[in-house]
Design a protein around this ligand. Structure first.
Ligand code: ARG
Length: 461
């Protein structure tokens, strides 16, 4: 058992207590951030005349040596240390002797852990953003390809009006775009450095917190030392944004599962992204989409868990906060894994354009357009609605679609119908004419694709 705080104790810590309290099994994840933060801290201490140049050089050399040895597998991070901070400090003292004992001058593990977690999460915010960007690139390329691929649009999972695949994918593009913007917002808000807050009340050493912050790429120091050591808002924000990403991925997964079903056959998921059954030889299952949908629960769970952990904590640091780590790490791994896999599945999926177009043609998806046709001929909309309603009933009875009726049959329901009705309610016209901003009509769609293209280009800069 290697602890940093034995001085005021007369007994050894109970073994179970030690294990219950220890965090090294999971906080070793931010080993690199711990080293990086410590280096910035000692560089600042020297600049302020709190450490000599020699001491600073020895500590920096010791810390980089530890980092190298761990990275090369020469040194193992083991559970004999309470946490990653103890591991680094103990190893530093072993290596460089007394100078190592000065590393923690003007610092507490409370501001240290607040810094490490923030540095780690900041890096993961960027990774999440990159994965979202890749997904958006893929989606936009698919949208460009499928501007003329017709499919039914649904409400209540009932066929409603015809759209295009580009338009349907475009809905998800907007969702993931908002997710990406949320990552950028979180980054901006969290990018302040808590180091120098001490245990809770700052320190009497003349630290230059602004300098440490700038060494670590932060906008500046945090402005209240009690808040600095006990703020986990940025994690809650990340988990909320991650939950929203998962909700979007889960909805998309659900649609792909439906589209991939034997009944729909709109898509075929690639063999590389499907799995089989141990008993039913014919099966090819959409397990990846199902797992993404399933894992959504875990990420929501992490958000609820941390919100609940934080709700009763008095200022400032309390050990409850150690609970922020495992669940956040799990959520980060889950959302990143799901984003990457989902993108691969999407890229390799085949769309059965013929099946989709055929499906768009039945189910009376052109009924609204038929009513609009009558409106254009002077029939008030409410009357037109009722006429087409009767027409649909007639068709259901006969087992055909509106466009399969003869002009005489149409005229028997309303004399307003002319030969041009057939063109007015063709699948092509129904889509092409929907030209309001954000609608599926090809010209409208092209404009949106251009806007989103320049959005992605700006991100690349
Ligand atoms: N392992 C602790 C955590 O994750 C580090 C901070 C310990 N501070 C303390 N006062 N015990 O929160």
């Amino acid at each position: 058992m290697a602890q940093l705080w034995g001085g005021r104790f007369t007994k050894e810590t109970d073994k179970l207590v030690y294990q219950f309290n220890a965090s090294i099994s999971f906080d070793q994840r931010f080993f690199h951030q711990d080293i990086e933060g410590s280096i910035a801290h000692v560089v600042m201490l020297e600049k302020q005349g709190i450490l000599t140049k020699q001491e600073k050089d020895d500590i920096v050399k010791g810390l980089t040596g530890i980092r190298e040895d761990v990275d090369n597998g020469i040194l193992q991070i083991t559970e004999e240390y309470e946490d990653i901070h103890s591991f680094v400090e103990a190893n530093l003292i072993d290596r460089i002797g007394d100078a190592g004992k000065k590393l923690h001058t003007g610092r507490s593990r409370n501001d240290q852990v607040a810094l490490d977690m923030r540095l780690y999460t900041r890096q993961e915010v960027v990774h999440t953003e990159e994965l979202l960007k890749e997904l958006l690139d893929t989606l936009l390329a698919m949208m460009e390809e499928h501007i003329d691929t017709y499919m039914p649009g649904f409400t209540h999972l009932q066929k409603a009006q015809p759209v295009t695949l580009a338009h349907h994918l475009g809905a998800y593009f907007e969702m993931f775009k908002r997710d990406l913007l949320r990552m950028q917002d979180i980054y901006k808000r969290m990018n302040f450095c808590p180091l120098g807050a001490g245990a809770l009340a700052g320190t009497t050493y003349p630290l230059d917190r602004g300098y440490t912050a700038s060494l670590l790429g932060f906008e500046g120091p945090t402005l209240n030392s009690m808040d600095s050591v006990s703020d986990r808002d940025y994690l809650i924000e990340y988990l909320a944004a991650a939950s929203t990403i998962m909700m979007h991925l889960s909805r998309f997964s659900e649609e792909i599962i439906i589209w991939n079903s034997n009944e729909y056959r709109f898509v075929e998921i690639d063999d590389a992204y499907s799995t089989g059954s141990s008993i039913m030889p014919q099966k090819k299952n959409p397990d990846i989409a199902e797992l993404v949908r399933g894992k959504t629960g875990r990420v929501y769970g992490a958000l609820m868990s941390l919100l609940t952990t934080m709700k009763g904590i008095p200022l400032a640091y309390n050990k409850d906060m150690q609970e922020d780590k495992e669940l956040t790490f799990d959520a980060i791994d889950t959302v990143k894994g799901c984003l990457a896999l989902f993108e691969g599945m999407l890229k390799t999926m085949k769309f059965r354009e013929d099946v989709m177009a055929k499906s768009a043609m039945n189910g009376f998806t052109n009924a609204t357009d038929a009513a609009d046709y009558l409106v254009n001929k002077g029939v008030p909309f409410r009357d037109a609605h009722s006429i087409i309603g009767k027409l649909v009933l007639y068709c259901i009875d006969k087992g055909c679609s509106i466009d399969e009726l003869s002009l005489d049959e149409l005229k028997s329901i309303s004399p307003v119908f002319e030969q041009d009705i057939y063109d007015a309610i063709s699948l092509k016209t129904c889509v092409e004419k929907r030209l309001t901003v954000g609608a599926p009509g090809q010209d409208a769609m092209r404009k949106v694709i251009e806007i989103n293209k320049s959005f992605l280009e700006k991100l690349a800069k």
